[in-house]
Design a protein around this ligand. Structure first.
Ligand code: SAM
Length: 221
């Protein structure tokens, strides 16, 4: 899976070198290319933003600079271009699975007051939000997208992990326990120590329904 990220702050993405995503990069199951939009400024001060037409607070990222950064990408014709934006559709597991089948995503990160509408209209296929709140930039949302989508890329995780997890079958996951058998006087449920896989499966299903009803009844509707 190829992720091309257009950003003014590529250094922020160093956290993706850690843990499971870091390993997926090393194993070449995913490839993340970071493109610094500032490199495409033709201004002698490397200017990438300007004041908004019509007045108002803040700065707007310039369309020509963003467009040049986009045009520098290879194989962009078959890629889906996503603009991380609080105005987009809120990301959920269904969308994550859908995007994991894409093969090549170009992710555009805004900053300041956002990006000039003309270049968005020209290159963006879809706007995605990570929730109804406003962040300072699209970098954290882009990392959320890359992390969640990568988990569904073949080989990144054990198949059972993604299939049994919260939201995968419209429900939350059952509770998990590990050693020690007793912690602060609280024992692991006996059924999990029984070795009876059929009964364990049944117990987990019951717990899934119970937990979903309690925490997210909306998912059961
Ligand atoms: C301060 S925001 C701009 C908000 C914009 N002026 C508005 O009111 O819709 C700067 C950038 O952060 C990113 N961003 C902020 N909140 C986001 C969210 N909830 N989901 C995805 N991206 C977000 C977008 O890329 C956006 O261009």
């Amino acid at each position: 899976m190829q992720f091309d990220v257009l950003t003014l702050f590529p250094e922020m993405f160093s956290s993706l070198n850690e843990s499971i995503i870091g390993r997926a990069k090393k194993n070449e199951q995913i490839n993340i290319k970071l493109i610094n939009i500032r490199d495409f400024s033709e201004d002698k001060h490397n200017k990438v933003d300007d004041t908004p037409y019509g007045g108002g607070a803040g700065m707007v990222m310039k369309p020509d600079v963003v467009y040049r950064a986009y045009k520098s990408l290879e194989n962009k014709e078959n890629a889906k271009v996503i603009y991380m934006s609080p105005q987009g559709k809120t990301l959920n597991q269904k969308k994550v699975v859908e995007l994991s089948k894409e093969g090549h995503l170009i992710i555009l990160c805004g900053h300041y007051e956002g990006i000039d509408q003309r270049v968005l209209d020209k290159i963006v296929d879809e706007e995605i939000s990570i929730g109804d709140y406003v962040l300072t930039g699209g970098e954290l949302p882009a990392m959320v997208l890359i992390d969640s989508v990568s988990r569904y890329v073949e080989g990144v995780l054990n198949k059972n992990s993604v299939e049994e997890e919260s939201f995968s079958k419209g429900m939350l996951e059952y509770p998990q326990y590990t050693r020690p058998e007793e912690f602060e006087g609280i024992k692991v449920p006996d059924i999990l120590l029984s070795g009876n896989h059929g009964e364990i499966e049944k117990w987990r299903k019951e717990k899934q329904i119970e937990i979903t009803k309690k925490k997210r009844p909306d998912l059961l509707k």
